[in-house]
Write a protein that binds this ligand. Structure first.
Ligand SMILES: [Zn+2]
Length: 311
């Protein structure tokens, strides 16, 4: 067993996204003390490093701890922590050694965590997965991302990728009901093409002839059986991805996050779709909605940095 996670220090987290960099300061008990949001600069890597440094220095000053404050950063994409090139959609880090550039600019450690991993860790520590030994997080929003926390910790990441399950192909047993669409990753038939928010709209377009946004589709489903059938098909697809997480990673709980969790009755719909897929007597994981929502990226990164802080 690893040592118990630290809980004696305040900590700070940065959430780096395509449009904003959010800084959040937490008490030793992980209560939110203060936050500050600035736009993500569009001027390239140097401007980005400058903005990250600005947020880091604000956290250090606001905490009264200076550079002793553990701070981590969550971000989307794939980063080679060994110094290789980075890739993150909507961020000017492509091809750069981001961890090295941050170290040089900041003069201190800034542990990085994929945002889906940060989400899983945040929910495993005081969130919807609190107390479970293995917590998977599945984010269904503009894209699909997943992460795993084990014994309340983020897994060590060699390449800063999460569980990139959105780019697995959906199973043939779903038959001809689904359109085979090109994915942003360069292949076709990925879960993400139909399961994300834009994916659900595409599925509606395929079945109804018109692209309906998810929230309108849910409203329409209450009186239109064809719209309801689209949501049922989407839930069958989501259940296949939940089954994949279950069989491959063995989580006790799968916490759901992202914009599509606002679909009414989502948990019941997904549980009903998952139940028939159960493999023999294997108990299925519990499904739960995220507690921390949009705060998870910064909160998970802060917890991760504090766990790595020297005693
Ligand atoms: Zn893909």
């Amino acid at each position: 067993m690893p040592p118990a996670p630290r809980s004696d220090l305040p900590c700070g987290g940065l959430d780096l996204g395509g449009t904003k960099i959010e800084a959040r300061l937490f008490s030793p008990g992980l209560d939110l003390l203060d936050s500050r949001r600035i736009p993500t600069p569009t001027g390239g890597l140097d401007a980005l490093l400058e903005a990250v440094a600005d947020q880091l220095h604000w956290l250090e000053a606001a905490s009264g701890q200076g550079a002793a404050l553990p701070v981590g950063m969550g971000l989307p994409g794939v980063i080679d922590t060994g110094g290789g090139p980075a890739f993150a959609a909507n961020l000017p880090v492509g091809g750069h050694d981001l961890p090295g550039a941050l170290r040089q600019r900041l003069g201190r450690a800034l542990p990085l965590l994929n945002d889906a991993q940060a989400f899983a860790l945040s929910e495993a520590r005081g969130g919807a997965g609190d107390g479970a030994e293995r917590v998977a997080g599945l984010i269904m929003g503009t894209g699909i991302g997943a992460g795993l926390a084990v014994l309340g910790r983020a897994l060590p990441q060699i390449q800063l990728a999460a569980l990139e399950v959105g780019h697995l192909g959906w199973p043939a047993r779903l038959g001809d009901a689904l359109p085979l669409l090109a994915c942003g990753c360069g292949r076709s038939g990925c879960f993400e093409t139909l399961l994300s928010g834009p994916g659900l709209s595409r599925l509606a377009e395929h079945r109804l002839g018109v692209a309906v946004p998810p929230e309108d589709l849910a409203q329409r489903a209450s009186h239109d059986p064809a719209a309801e059938a689209v949501l049922t098909l989407w839930a069958d697809l989501a259940a296949e991805l939940l089954l994949t997480l279950h069989l491959a990673q063995d989580p006790q709980v799968i916490v759901l996050g992202g914009g599509l969790t606002r679909l009414p009755g989502l948990l019941d719909r997904l549980a009903a779709a998952l139940a028939p897929l159960r493999l023999g007597p294997l108990p299925l994981p519990r499904l739960a909605l995220a507690v921390f929502g949009d705060a998870s990226g910064a909160r998970g990164a802060a917890i991760h940095a504090r766990d790595l802080a020297p005693c």
